[in-house]
Design a protein around this ligand. Structure first.
Ligand code: HEM
Length: 131
């Protein structure tokens, strides 16, 4: 349980740093690579948690959604500069930001479900008649 909480704390810090660096690219273009690195860390955390979820009974669907999300997020990130160039590009930027924080929300949901699932399983192991 402690591990799942630690993962969420790391993911939150990484997402906030990623968002700050992303905004920093407006003034410092050389922030882009480090921004992508932190973004990939967020995607990797989501991917690992989602993989664990796909092997957990009751969380397989959520795990599959997480895996797809973790793959699509970096794809949107690296291609976003080519989409809707012009006046409407802010739509792509806003979507990119929302997708980034969406990943953090998904990490939170999957982490919480894994903690809950583990608690139920250990309760059932301690008192099998209650199962
Ligand atoms: C693997 C994941 C990610 C990749 C590959 C990626 C890639 C990029 C790229 C290429 C840019 C444009 C930089 C420039 O114009 O020089 C950018 C900007 C930005 N990113 Fe990301 N990003 C990722 C994840 C995230 C996450 C998780 C967040 C926030 C939670 C985020 C927030 C932003 C913001 C606020 C900007 C500035 C506005 C914009 O140009 O969209 N990014 N990102």
């Amino acid at each position: 349980m402690k591990r799942a909480r630690l993962v969420r704390i790391i993911a939150t810090i990484a997402t906030v740093i990623t968002a700050a660096l992303g905004m920093g690219t407006y003034t410092h273009a050389n922030f882009t690579n480090i921004h992508i690195l932190f973004g990939l860390l967020v995607a990797l955390i989501l991917l690992l948690l989602s993989l664990v979820a796909t092997f957990t009974r009751g969380l397989r669907g959520l795990g599959a959604i997480g895996i797809v999300y973790a793959v699509l997020m970096p794809m949107l990130g690296v291609t976003q500069q080519l989409i809707l160039i012009g006046d409407l590009h802010w739509l792509v930027e806003t979507t990119h930001l929302a997708v980034g924080f969406g990943a953090l929300a998904l990490i939170g949901v999957i982490g919480e479900r894994l903690i809950h699932r583990k608690a139920v399983m250990s309760k059932n192991t301690l008192s099998p008649e209650a199962a």
